[in-house]
Design a protein around this ligand. Structure first.
Ligand SMILES: Nc1ncnc2c1ncn2[C@@H]1O[C@H](COP(=O)(O)OP(=O)(O)O)[C@@H](O)[C@H]1O
Ligand SMILES: [Mg+2]
Length: 371
């Protein structure tokens, strides 16, 4: 097994730059997710590790070896794609065995390795079937099996779940995670789906426009997004953003004032940063789960409502365990996930309690987080 490193990687097609100064150190045994919107350069990054594209600038390492210019077949990687790329006329066994046969691995070893991989993936009952006799999820497991038997140092997976329906996607996602827990092969996994990224990644690299926006654990990205892009991309429903935030200090109390919307106390640990940024254009951010019906908050812990936003409910969706409420405040649309005991009614005004410890502030012009 091995680490994989991107060191100051640039990729240009003709003169168009699609990957800009990407550096990522994927640790040995790590499951690293590369996530971002369509066209941001994810597949290009993966294909450069595989050797299907060459970087225009920078080095790619697998283990301690620079692999720029090394033939794909000599890189000791196994790749899994969205379209399983199985041979339709071959059985599951033969599909999984194919790469080993090409390498003239002895027959008895092939049988042992394929059966072992089939065991890991729950494919034993299907070894004699043809791909068309399998479900999409089973086919993708065969593609994974083919990668496993190769015993490669690194797995590269490019949106392997995209062709599956929602239920199979969740199931196969769990298969891949549990597989990684058992065999621990260093994996780079590409997806456009932030839920996949959050649930699967040891760490996540968020890519946009060919540039790494942030690299961190799922919790770091969720709690401390580095900029507006990451803040809006990670988490569902997305973080609410309210522009034209002003920082106002009154004695010891520093607050974010949102004209026509409300006033939110800045937690003590962020006061200095908020004050230092007070002459910039600022955007306030709060996740839907960090808003609550103020009428319920008093009951909760006898708290006084210091921080609140006034809004009008447009649509109330009861999800059973919570209400998902679409609201208007100022002239902005926001979403709040409220306790199901809230009595909020569509068309009515509601005061929302803001959990001050969970607020975010961004420089509107650069997008960078102030805190
Ligand atoms: N062989 C190529 N020639 C020219 N442009 C390409 C080529 N491959 C990818 N691109 C462009 O590079 C950008 C990134 O593509 P890609 O890495 O496939 O994005 P993603 O996988 O994130 O959707 C896109 O704008 C795409 O059109
Ligand atoms: Mg792609």
């Amino acid at each position: 097994m091995a680490r994989v490193a991107f060191e100051n990687i640039y990729k240009r097609f003709n003169k168009v730059e699609v990957v800009h100064d990407v550096s990522i150190d994927v640790k040995d045994k790590e499951f690293l997710v590369l996530v971002g919107p369509s066209g941001c350069g994810k597949s290009t990054c993966l294909r450069m590790v595989a050797g299907l594209e060459e970087p225009t600038e920078g080095e790619i390492y697998i283990g301690d070896r620079i692999v720029n210019g090394v033939d794909p077949k000599d890189r000791d990687i196994a790749m899994v794609f969205q379209n399983y790329a199985l041979y339709p006329h071959m059985s599951v066994f033969d599909n999984m065995a194919f790469g080993l046969k090409l390498r003239h691995v002895p027959k008895a070893d092939i049988k042992k390795q394929v059966e072992e991989a089939a065991g890991l993936l729950g494919l034993e009952p299907y070894l004699k079937r043809k791909p068309k006799e399998l479900s999409g999820g089973q086919r993708q497991r065969v593609a994974l099996g083919r990668a496993i038997v190769r015993n490669a140092q690194v797995f590269l997976m490019d949106e392997p779940l995209s062709n599956l329906d929602a239920k199979l996607r969740v199931e196969t996602r769990a298969n891949i995670i549990s597989l990684h827990q058992r065999i621990q092969t260093t994996t780079i996994y590409v997806t456009h789906d932030q839920v996949e990224a959050m649930t699967m990644g040891d760490r996540i690299a968020v890519l946009n426009g060919g540039i790494i926006q942030q690299l961190g654990t799922p919790q770091e990205l969720y709690d401390h997004p580095a900029n507006i892009f990451v803040a809006g991309f990670i988490g569902s429903p997305s973080m609410n953003f309210i522009p034209n935030a002003k920082i106002v200090s009154d004695g010891d109390d520093t607050a974010v004032v949102l004209e026509g919307v409300g006033r939110v106390t800045v937690p003590q640990i962020f006061v200095e940063r908020a004050r230092a940024a007070s002459d910039r254009n600022l955007t306030f951010g709060i996740r839907p789960v960090h808003l609550e019906d103020a009428a319920l908050v008093g009951d909760r812990d006898g708290d006084v409502v210091h921080s609140s936003i006034d809004a009008t409910a447009d649509v109330v969706e009861n999800l059973g365990n919570e209400l998902q409420v679409y609201l208007t405040t100022g002239n902005k649309n926001i979403i709040a996930s409220l306790d199901h005991r809230s009595r909020v009614v569509a068309g009515n005004k509601v005061r929302l309690f803001v959990d001050s410890d969970q607020i975010h502030l961004f420089d509107t012009d650069s997008g960078e987080a102030v805190f």
